[in-house]
Design a protein around this ligand. Sequence first.
Ligand code: PBG
Ligand code: ZN
Length: 337
Amino acid sequence: MNKWKDEPDFSDALLERPRRLRRTPILREIAAETRVEPERLMMPHFVIPGEAERSSIEAMPGIERLSVDLLVDQVGSDLELGINKVLLFGVPETSEKNDTGSSASDAKGLVPKAVTALKKAFGEDLLVATDVCLCAYTDHGHCGVLSGGEVLNDESLPYLAGMAVAHAQAGADIVAPSDMMDGRVLAIREGLDEVGLSHTAIMSYSVKYASAYYGPFREAAGSAPGKGDRKGYQMDPRNRREAKREAVMDEEEGADILMVKPALAYLDIISDVREETELPLACYNVSGEFSMVKAAAARGWINEQAVVTENLHAMRRAGADLLITYHARDARKGGWL
Ligand code: PBG
Ligand code: ZN
């Protein structure tokens, strides 16, 4: 007579109990598949002309446009939080802008100045990446040279290469083209190599969508197109296969790091590109994604720490090695990571 005979028989159903490893925080640490180390974070910055100048950006609480001297102070205090990677965007005076955005390649321009000052202050303790795109420097606000309402591809390449060279000559470790012209990675690689800058890395915004999530950035950088939109050069949000094609092309043109942008609405794309290439992969958690979290948190509708931590892990889980995010400072200051 089996003494268990009258007991209910759960044996098949209960072989697997995933909840066992969710029971305590330390058990959950063991089971955790994804971590976001502080080394994964890169902080974007907006650089303005002048001295002791700062201005806030309405839709991006806590993020300010800074003149070079204040930028050095800010980056110094971020370094103490363990944020040792920055991505710089120049926000030039309107009077500097023209139809080809030629001031973008000025060796004495805003971004080269900022790069020089940061490298002088922090040397190899800081990694400096710079955004390479014409939209903040053209009077029409498009990312390339405009003719008859068309953004010209090949005509834009020398300007982009010139901008990249100016940044690299000032000491940028990485140049990051975000314009989405075809062939710009190759043009920039050749431009850099020609002047002996074969060591400067290219982080290509390979898979950049024509996204409404860039809204707050365009206010911050004064880079909204005057007429039209960017759908003629940035990717269609409906497309997934095309992302792999863009990524492979940039790898073949000599990109060192690839990027998917935006991040949160494109986690499938991050995952796809991760599968497609062995290169390091960045994702850009863009301005609109940041603003939405900040706005909801300010109203007490979400828990900012929990949501930001969840979002950063989602990007990392999808396969990104490097997370470019305006949340970096808050996350480190708050001890969230
Ligand atoms: C410039 C550029 C943009 C962003 C990065 N580089 C704006 C755009 O393409 O319109 C967006 C960054 C953000 O929204 O945080 N081409
Ligand atoms: Zn642009």
